[in-house]
Write a protein that binds this ligand. Structure first.
Ligand code: AMP
Length: 402
């Protein structure tokens, strides 16, 4: 039996077909640039030794709906899935579950209704996720479908962490609160760290740093998230590729007054033209590091702000956790930039965070410790794998519902 994972983003659909018992991939791929002339499918086909074939093809895919239909046909026509039978379940990543969902759930009409009600909180992502769910339910009506929410892992936060110091009515009437995102990634790397260290997650305190184009930090106490850096939306928190992260909210009103920018233009500015891109004109950390090495002052400043802000979150989360067992780096920058990891950890030795530059610099492909033996805190680099986490949660969900 197999599990199909569908992860619909704003302009792409990632998919992975895995063995339902081992979660080993059968096909893994992405449909990108949906709605443009350059739509493309790229996928890797696995055998027991690893990737044995790659396939890439340019297509014309106008919408998410067409994209999901294409993928289902693609997997079916090539014999990876039969129409009936060999799919144990389909797991869908859903970005926002609001306060309804504290864990993954079997998709029913009422679940769909709640995901729909949450659209105002994720106006781009939740509709794309719902299209994927609708098409898969039409195509495979008897196959269980599971929703795995980006927000669910953070639902264990206490009110003092998730409430904003704003009038109570904004929370009770409009659900204005902190939700947090990247939950499947934080949960996956926390589980992997526990597995690697041979300890139950319920005995560990961790800070997980998901540093990709989007970036977030989560404080995990005895296996449960107690705080996270993203808020009502993924704009709050760390400096990101193009998002500003924490800023004084009065900047918005000031900008509206002095520049006359409309509110939607300011929203675009903070989401798409800020962060690393805003400070130095690029959101690609590889390019920024290259420029830094060539003496570019803007690139240097961008990296300094980026690392300084991560360091401040580590300090804050250490304070609320009391004891820190593991600091985890993951996602594009966290997994691949020894320079960022070093700059973030430098100066934290008195807190037990002691990185070993040689271990940090080595090529890392799987969960690896990079701390000094004397350091109280394990520092780990763990490649994230949201699709495996979604497949595992999907399997657990259908087992619990039987
Ligand atoms: P993600 O969103 O997880 O795919 O991460 C994207 C970010 O990771 C981009 O800023 C990339 O520049 C960065 N990244 C990927 N590979 C490297 C690398 N080898 N060194 C530094 N940054 C990298």
């Amino acid at each position: 039996m197999k599990i199909l994972v569908i992860n619909s983003g704003s302009s792409s659909i990632k998919f992975r077909l895995v063995d339902a018992q081992t979660f080993y991939p059968i096909v893994n791929g992405i449909l990108e640039c949906i709605g443009t002339q350059r739509s493309k499918i790229s996928c890797s086909i696995y055998n027991e030794k690893g990737i044995h074939k790659k396939h890439e093809e340019f297509l014309l895919i106008n919408s998410h709906g067409e994209g999901v239909k294409f993928l289902v046909d693609y997997l079916h026509n090539r014999g990876f899935i039969g129409v009936f039978g060999d799919l144990a379940a389909i797991g869908h990543r859903v970005v926002h579950g609001g306060e309804w969902f504290k864990k993954s759930v079997l998709i029913t009409e009422s679940v769909i209704g709640r995901i729909r009600k949450t659209i105002p909180l994720a106006p781009i992502h939740n509709p794309a996720n719902l299209i994927g769910i609708d098409i898969c339910r039409d195509t495979f009506p008897s196959t269980p479908q599971v929703a795995v929410f980006d927000t669910a892992f953070h639902q264990s936060m206490p009110a003092k962490a998730y409430r904003y110091p704003l009038p109570e009515s904004l929370y009770s009437e409009h659900r204005v609160r902190r939700y947090g995102f990247h939950g499947t990634s934080h949960q996956y790397v926390a589980n992997r760290a526990a597995e690697f260290l041979g300890k139950p997650l319920s005995q560990l305190n961790l800070i997980t740093l998901h540093l990709g184009n989007g970036a977030s930090a989560t404080a995990i106490q005895r296996g449960r998230a107690i705080d996270t850096s993203m808020g009502l939306t993924p704009l709050e928190g760390l400096m990101m590729g193009t998002r500003c992260g924490d800023i004084d909210p009065a900047i918005i009103f000031y900008l509206a007054r002095v520049s006359g920018l409309a509110i939607d233009k300011i929203e675009t500015l903070l989401n798409q033209k800020s962060g690393l891109f805003g400070v130095c004109g690029s959101n690609d950390m590889r390019e920024i590091q290259q420029r830094f090495k060539q003496g570019d002052e803007q690139a240097k400043l961008a990296i300094e702000i980026y690392c300084y802000r991560i360091k401040k979150y580590i300090g804050a989360y250490l304070a609320i956790l009391g004891r820190l067992d593991v600091l985890v780096f993951t996602a594009g920058v966290g997994e691949n930039s020894p320079e960022v990891r070093l700059q973030v950890c430098q100066g934290l030795e008195h807190l037990g965070i002691c990185i070993v530059p040689e271990k940090n610099k080595a090529k890392i492909n799987s969960a690896t410790e990079i701390q000094n033996d004397a350091g109280a805190v394990k520092i780990m680099v763990i490649p994230t794998d949201e699709e495996t986490e979604i497949a595992q949660q999907t399997q657990a969900c259908i087992q619990n519902s039987q």
